[in-house]
Ligand binder design. Structure first.
Ligand SMILES: Cc1ncc(COP(=O)(O)O)c(C=O)c1O
Length: 398
């Protein structure tokens, strides 16, 4: 009997996709479904992005591109970094890939041997754990409760790092919680990290989606001496409404960027030229769409929070970024809805979808079985209806 590689036994399909698929199936059957499940921004980039893509097609050379990415794109990303306050990065420090997910996979592949320890603050974005599992790394989950606003504390980090630790995965703003670390919190974490020689993968893809005038803090800006071991991950998917275009970036030490280029040269070769051209236009063109959408998401966040405030016993720290809310709904456990007993987050999401046609993702997909994730990027007209259905669902629990 021929067998797949052992590592495939550790590979799992994305749990978020499973919920999205079920919601899609119900919709196809004619059910009135409102999806709060998948993390898509649900808007399109500005016209200039499409114009650049069309121009690129008209000039297509038909040949392979650079494994790192074309200079125009690297320079556009470097400018974007500089405007964000990240100094001293050059082309040799950056590389591109097929979305942040593929870049992350490459970075983790480049850093982690089998058995190496990676610290993953929990709740986490599902793929961190799944990629670590595929690579045979040892994930140490650092549980961050709703009471601590789902954020890793400096004391927790200090206590978790041992001589075995190789990498910390840090995501700010966070998917699934939407939480944003303050300057003080980031500074405290950076102060711990300077004392311990470990790599840090900083998944920054929601860095432009921050509300309440909070501002964006970063480990490298807090302690610039960390620059030689903090690896920045960015993407156009969320900020620019371009998830399907698949453009991701990495910035970090020369040897890490070079490792990504070497891996690219052995699998993807290059991101398609038409996507590269669209990406340059997104980064360098008018920024009104991302700015406008950020305002819209902030207002939607307020609507979600107001609705959850009407659900007795639900605990929900107020998110200040991305487009997710992550309420602790465990007050419903042990209760029933229309005769269906709810014992956990999966039961809750199934009952909500079946009874009210609202799709959310069970928190256990992110390592927090007391919560669910609400992704609130649906059309504005649908949001109040979807939220009211959740409020009604809670009111009907017995
Ligand atoms: C925290 C986080 N990192 C990375 C990604 C992957 O983004 P991309 O579409 O660029 O692959 C996502 C997508 O949902 C995400 O939420």
């Amino acid at each position: 009997m021929l067998k797949l590689a052992e590592r495939m036994g550790r590979a799992k399909p994305s749990a978020i996709m499973l919920v999205a698929e079920k919601a899609k199936k119900l919709k196809a059957e004619g059910r009135d479904i409102i999806s709060f499940s998948i993390g898509v921004p649900n808007f399109l980039p500005g016209d200039h992005v499409y114009t650049a893509a069309r121009d690129s097609l008209a000039k297509d050379s038909g040949s392979y591109g650079s494994n790192r990415g074309p200079d125009a794109l690297l320079d556009a990303f470097l400018k974007h970094l500089q405007e964000g306050g990240f100094e001293g990065y050059e082309r040799k420090h950056v590389a591109t890939g097929i979305g942040a997910k593929q870049v992350l996979f490459n970075v983790m592949y480049a850093l982690l041997n089998e058995g190496d320890e990676i610290l993953i603050p929990t709740p986490y974005w599902t793929s961190y754990l799944d990629i670590a599992d595929i690579l045979g790394a040892r994930s140490k989950l650092l549980y961050c409760s709703p009471e601590q606003h789902y954020k890793l504390t400096a004391a927790q980090l200090e206590a978790a790092i041992t001589p075995e630790t190789k990498v910390l995965l840090f995501n700010n703003p966070s998917n699934p919680t939407g939480m944003v670390y303050t300057h003080e919190e980031v500074r405290a974490l950076a102060d711990v990290l300077v004392k311990h020689k470990i790599w840090v993968i900083s998944d920054d893809i929601y860095n432009r989606m921050i509300f309440d005038g909070l501002g964006y803090a970063h480990l490298v800006k807090a302690r610039p001496e960390l620059k030689d071991r903090v690896i920045l991950i960015d993407s156009l998917s969320k900020t620019y409404g371009m998830p399907g275009w698949r453009m991701g970036f990495v910035a970090g030490p020369v040897e890490v960027a070079q490792a990504i280029v070497t891996l690219n040269s052995n699998h993807i070769t290059n991101v398609p030229e038409v996507v590269n051209a669209a990406a340059v236009a997104a980064l360098t063109g008018p920024q009104d769409v991302p700015v406008l959408k950020n305002k819209e998401f902030e207002a939607k966040r307020d609507l979600v929070m107001a609705a959850l405030g009407k659900c007795p016993g639900v605990i929900c720290p107020k998110p200040q970024g991305a487009f997710y809310v992550f309420p602790d709904i465990s007050v419903s456990y042990g209760k029933s809805h229309q005769g269906k007993l709810i014992q956990n987050d999966v039961d809750f999401c199934n009952a909500l979808l079946d009874a009210k046609g609202v799709a959310c993702v069970p928190g256990s997909a992110f390592g927090e079985p007391r919560a669910i994730r609400i992704s609130y990027t649906c059309p504005s007209a649908q949001l109040p209806d979807g939220l009211q259905r959740i409020v009604d669902f809670f009111a009907e629990l017995a």
